[in-house]
Design a protein around this ligand. Structure first.
Ligand code: NA7
Length: 537
């Protein structure tokens, strides 16, 4: 069977994670011949790669899963309010089985290049094996956090023990650390989850911290069978709630501002949120928390107080309290007894601002102070986020224009889904879209792309590309609304900064930071207006 146009496929999707699988399912329903290329050996994306000990959801399991199929929702039982990685991977595998998705996924197939052919109006997609395939449409489902980055220390490969990046933890990698001297470098969301798990069994754990993060309790617990039955009957309400919150999580800011209430009331409110599960304190706090410096200082004061209460050694506590950014202006890691880990005799914090790492040695890590010996070094050093995975594929549009070049001063997109000069290419969770609760953004994005391709099919069209004007307007809009937020003034993966990657030292507006509702409204208008902002041929 070939595609309708003599091409290998109607559409090629890169990546078999949450995005790519759902896109495959939807395009199949249009009767399209689709192939998904996936670098890994199975489906799952983020949940396939991030097998490090302690990896789990920070958003409620039942708000994160796919919402598109009632039978799937009725069938699947979540065992924890915030599921661990093995359970989530099993869930994605279950979805792949249920909808027979694997038969259109080619595994072990890393895409290295994708070139647009102007005459044939198609994409030629090249794999690492140098085999290539043609398709009318290209959909990138490569994830915003999928290219792990290692520090650029001297001697990285000289270490004789085991070492892993958390996002490349082997399937048979260690799960227990008895008798092991372990180093964890990095204290982001991943580092914190790893540290609290490794600390349980390691003979000794050294945590190498460059900058601390504000972290608050996850409050995970098992879901009882009664609770799961209740969740199943209320799924429509859960998803409706997600639709209506700012970034599609179950949590939504209070309508009041920080200083509208008395100090006592404020403290009680913070306490209540601190004691509630998930992103309650971060995303469910006073309305001005992430916009107003004074309001932000107030909540930061509260969380700092909690850290001081939980960590016995006050010198260590001070090191764990961020001084360079306010609460919530970077992604807030959620923790389970993380701060108490530093009260254990087998755990030591190494502050890299005081004693930076000089090099990795055969035996371990040398700081400016001394050499420490390890059996295992864990790099929880994050990702070249958002544009990083695009940069690593040689994507060329019209006239051979390279996407990386086109975006050298920051991404330029229309709706974060399409790019001028890159016809017939659509991105799921590319730059300039709302990230938020990702499966919610993904389902919307996939739906939008599917509607566009259906429209093209119905009208016998073979080319779409956003106009320069549409791209300029959307890009400027995203930049303008991003400028006002406190988080846009802080170095983090959310502002595109990664000290381990050349050319990623300067902050840029990488994400859409408005509300999910406003985003959908804008996108829906384009659909209703029959894609006036796109050139359609
Ligand atoms: P993050 O949040 O980017 O965290 C990476 C951590 O690694 C952070 O603490 C960094 O310190 C640290 N880091 C990075 N490079 C180095 C070097 N060279 N030396 C020392 N320390 C370093 O990544 P995560 O994987 O934790 O989380 C990413 C997202 O995935 C998360 O937000 C969730 O949405 C899921 P820094 O703070 O930059 O000083």
């Amino acid at each position: 069977q070939s595609s309708n146009d003599g091409l290998d496929f109607d559409a090629i999707v890169i990546g078999a994670g949450i995005s790519g699988l759902y896109q495959l399912h939807r395009l199949r329903q249009l009767g399209m011949k689709v192939k998904v290329f996936e670098a890994g050996s199975d489906v799952g994306g983020t949940w396939y790669w991030n097998r490090y000990p302690g990896a789990r959801f920070d958003s409620e399991s039942y708000s994160y899963c796919y919402s598109f199929d009632k039978d799937l929702l009725d069938h699947w039982t979540w065992t924890e309010h915030f599921a661990g990685q093995p359970e989530t991977l099993r869930y994605v595998q279950h979805v792949a089985d249920r909808f027979d998705l694997r038969r259109d996924v080619q595994f072990h197939s890393k895409v290295t290049a994708a070139h647009y052919d102007n005459n044939a109006r198609c994409w030629n997609v090249f794999l690492e094996s140098e085999v290539s395939f043609s398709a009318r449409f290209l959909v990138t489902a490569i994830g915003p956090l999928s290219t792990p980055t290692l520090p650029r220390y001297e001697g990285l490969s000289s270490f004789k023990g085991q070492s892993f990046h958390t996002a490349r933890w082997p399937k048979d990698g260690p799960r227990s650390f008895e008798g092991k001297r372990v180093a964890v470098i990095g204290t982001g969301a991943t580092g914190i989850q790893t540290i609290q798990e490794v600390a349980k069994t390691a003979q000794h754990l050294h945590v190498f911290q460059r900058r601390p993060n504000w972290s608050v309790p996850l409050h995970n617990r098992p879901i009882t069978s009664d609770e799961m039955a209740q969740i199943k009957t209320t799924y429509p309400d859960i998803f409706e709630k997600c639709q209506n919150t700012f970034s599609c999580f179950l949590h939504t800011p209070d309508l009041r501002n920080t200083f509208d209430v008395s100090p006592e009331e404020r403290e009680a409110f913070y306490e209540q949120r601190y004691a509630s599960p998930g992103f309650g304190l971060w995303l469910g706090s006073f309305a001005d928390t992430l916009k107003d410096e004074k309001a932000n200082a107030e909540i930061s004061r509260f969380v700092a107080k909690k850290i001081r209460q939980r960590v016995k050694d006050q010198t260590v506590a001070e090191k764990l309290i961020p001084k360079d950014h306010g609460f919530g202006t970077r992604r807030v890691p959620l923790e389970t007894k993380y701060f108490e880990v530093y009260n254990q005799p087998n755990v030591e914090l190494v502050d890299l601002q005081e004693t930076p790492i000089v090099r990795i040695t055969e035996k371990g890590i040398r700081t400016s102070e001394k050499e420490l010996e390890f059996d295992l070094i864990i790099y929880a050093t994050g990702f070249d986020a958002i544009t990083g995975s695009f940069d690593r594929i040689d994507i060329r549009g019209q006239g051979g224009l390279q996407l990386k070049q086109h975006w050298s001063d920051g991404p330029q997109t229309f709706l974060g889904i399409t790019v001028n000069h890159f016809p017939n290419m659509a991105m799921i969770v590319g730059p300039h879209v709302l990230l938020g609760n990702l499966p919610r953004s993904i389902e919307y994005g996939v739906g939008w792309i599917t509607d566009l391709l259906r429209y093209m099919k119905e009208h016998e069209l073979t080319k779409f590309a956003p106009t320069d004007d549409a791209v300029e307007e959307w890009t400027q809009y995203v930049i303008d609304i991003g400028k006002g937020t406190l988080s846009s003034k802080v170095d983090s993966w959310m502002t595109g900064v990664n000290s381990n990657v050349d050319g990623k030292q300067k902050r840029y507006i990488a994400r859409y930071s408005g509300s999910a509702a406003a985003f959908r409204e804008r996108c829906d208008k384009v659909t209703a207006g029959e894609y006036k902002e796109l050139e359609l041929l």
